[in-house]
Design a protein around this ligand. Structure first.
Ligand SMILES: [Zn+2]
Length: 129
């Protein structure tokens, strides 16, 4: 097993200009942003360095549903890791102890445990091959 990547890469993301606001609950186009709060999202390592994505996910003000997070295709709602990182963590957790996977990716043990648990639940209901 490789050592834990200790170098870090920070990539600041911002909303694509002109990207329409969409309510994640009903899927309707929305005209107002309710608020944005800084979140640090983790992604797959880049050249052995831990990657961090500081992001201001927008909560839209939907007239039908109230404040809702804007959907992002590469991140599950409220997740602190990207879908590709979660997928890699889940697959490595099939082969290695959770502690080793957490150490390799530099994420908390509880995060790995939660990701693996969700992966196994999806696998059990046949959502994964
Ligand atoms: Zn809505």
């Amino acid at each position: 097993m490789k050592e834990t990547p200790t170098a870090q890469v920070w990539i600041e993301l911002s909303a694509e200009p002109g990207r329409p606001l969409i309510c994640s609950a009903c899927g309707r186009a929305v005209s107002q942003v309710h608020d944005c709060r800084l979140r640090e999202i983790r992604d797959l390592p880049i050249l052995e360095a831990q990657s961090h994505l500081p992001l201001f996910p927008r909560r839209v003000l939907c007239p039908h549903c109230g404040p809702k997070l804007e959907p992002l295709p590469w991140r599950d709602r409220y997740a602190h890791v990207t879908k590709p990182l979660a997928e890699n963590v889940a697959r490595r957790s099939e082969l290695l102890p959770i502690r080793h996977v957490a150490q390799y990716y530099g994420v908390h043990w509880e995060t790995v445990k939660q990701i693996h648990k969700q992966y196994l639940q999806r696998k059990l209901v046949g959502q994964l091959l």
